[in-house]
Design a protein around this ligand. Structure first.
Ligand SMILES: Nc1nc2c(ncn2[C@@H]2O[C@H](COP(=O)(O)OP(=O)(O)O)[C@@H](O)[C@H]2O)c(=O)[nH]1
Ligand SMILES: [Mg+2]
Length: 253
């Protein structure tokens, strides 16, 4: 079994990627399961095989602990960690070869509390990876791109799992812009040139130094362009995951 955690800022396309990719894997005759780890979600574009809302109830937490909705989702994120044993039994029963884990809409609930990496560590003892989504519309200028790169490095530092960065929603941008963002991720020199040309003063200094450190740490990886609306890039995304998990083989034979 191979487990993939899908992370990215709120609205970056985690749930729709989970939906599109799981459908695609099913069509490719792969035994895939989907887990919803977002206790606060009302609707999702897929029907999960395992739903954390069956374990933690936001409204009950609000009542019991006298919390508002924000406090309750934070409390719920921590309560999920206590359920990891029961989750593991359920995951085992699903008997799939690849498990997609859709994480809470607000990424900090999973990435920047103690419970997220704990769950990632103890949720099964199988092979794991992280897909991190760069929202393409947000990331289309060098300053935002570098900010997102910085965030992706911080997320990597929290999980230290094989990391696949994805440029999401590429159907929303002209292809030349998509290519430009991909170039930045593939070639530190191209990004540096863009920073020098487009940014000035403090923005330029910060972006140059952040991008330089991430690059010299070896944490700059080529982004996989992807659209959950058109399925563009889905084959490359799958290949990137297969390389991590099976050295390029299918998950289910
Ligand atoms: N055009 C387009 N919209 C997308 C894509 N992926 C997600 N969205 C939209 O972006 C919004 C947020 O997506 P969602 O998957 O819920 O983001 P999440 O908060 O990261 O789970 C929704 O309105 C989606 O329909 C995509 O590939 N293309
Ligand atoms: Mg979501």
């Amino acid at each position: 079994m191979n487990v993939v955690f899908i992370l990215g800022t709120a609205g970056s396309g985690k749930s729709l990627l989970t939906s599109a990719f799981s459908e695609w894997l099913k069509n490719a005759k792969q035994r895939v399961s989907v887990i919803n780890l977002d206790p606060g979600v009302l609707e999702m574009p897929y029907s999960p095989d395992l739903d954390i809302r069956d374990y933690v109830n936001i409204e009950a937490i609000m009542r019991e602990h006298h919390l508002g909705p924000n406090g309750a989702v934070v409390a719920a994120a921590d309560l999920i960690a206590e359920q990891v044993g029961s989750l593991n039994s359920e995951i085992e029963e699903l008997g799939s070869d690849i498990v997609l884990v859709d994480t809470p809409g607000q990424m900090e609930l999973f990435a920047f509390r103690a419970s997220g990496p704990y769950i990632a560590k103890y949720m099964t003892q199988e092979q794991k990876a992280v897909i991190y989504l760069f929202d393409s519309v947000f990331s289309s200028n060098p300053r935002n791109f570098v900010s997102n790169l910085f965030l992706s490095a911080a997320v990597y530092n929290r999980f230290l799992l094989p990391f696949i960065p994805v440029l999401s929603k590429v159907d929303l941008l002209p292809s030349q812009i998509v290519e430009r963002i991909i170039d930045w991720s593939e070639d530190a020199g191209t990004l540096e040139k863009e920073i020098e040309e487009k940014l000035k003063s403090t923005e330029r200094l910060l972006s140059r130094e952040i991008a330089g450190s991430i690059s010299s740490l070896g944490l700059m990886h080529p982004l996989v362009p992807f659209s959950a609306k058109t399925n563009e890039g889905i084959i490359n995304l799958n290949m990137a995951l297969e390389r991590v998990f099976t050295s390029g083989d299918k998950y289910t034979f």
